[in-house]
Design a binder for this molecule. Structure first.
Ligand SMILES: [Zn+2]
Length: 173
């Protein structure tokens, strides 16, 4: 048996996008602007070097575009929590969300561990993987695109507070 298992014998499903923006939750679809729904799906994730996992994760989903959106920060928080128990040395490794696993197979795997080839039998890889572009409105300097992500991580609490009347002495005269 030297034949490698085909990845995903089932038909591909969903157009997938991983959302890197912590301040965008895509309650509306970035493609068609319709309201997105929630869809909880077992995601098949390959984590380097050889640690495939299945995470039951609540995605945003646009039925019109068949677009599945996963928030990177949420997903990584769940991966960290999972690998803290299993194998902390894996935390921070590269990973790739490959597709979704049939719910029935996922449920069964909760009761009785399935091997990777067995899980792959029930994998729908994604039809297409897209990146999403989003420019948060507002309060970061518009001329510094490189710092966008950093800025996006800051909270609005760091905005300037309203000026106070009370004057403070300047330290440098
Ligand atoms: Zn859409």
């Amino acid at each position: 048996m030297t034949k490698e298992p085909h990845i995903g014998k089932l038909p591909p499903q969903y157009t997938f996008t991983l959302n890197p923006y912590t301040d965008a939750r895509f309650t509306r679809c970035p493609g068609c602007d319709q309201k997105t729904r929630q869809r909880k799906l077992p995601l098949f994730i390959h984590v380097d070097p050889l640690n495939p996992v299945v995470l039951n994760y609540t995605c945003r989903y646009c039925p019109g575009c068949d677009l599945l959106i996963v928030h990177q920060d949420e997903l990584e928080a769940q991966l960290v929590a999972l690998f803290e128990e299993r194998d902390p040395s894996v935390i921070g490794n590269d990973y790739l969300v490959l597709g979704t696993v049939e719910r029935k197979a996922w449920r069964e795997s909760m009761k009785q561990t399935k091997s990777i080839p067995e899980m792959l039998e029930h994998l729908h890889i994604f039809k297409e993987v897209r990146t999403v572009e989003y420019r948060p409105a507002g309060w970061y300097p518009a001329d510094e695109p490189e710092t966008q992500e950093r800025q996006a991580e800051k909270t609005p609490a760091q905005k300037k507070r309203p000026k106070r009347r009370k004057r403070r002495r300047s330290k440098h005269r």
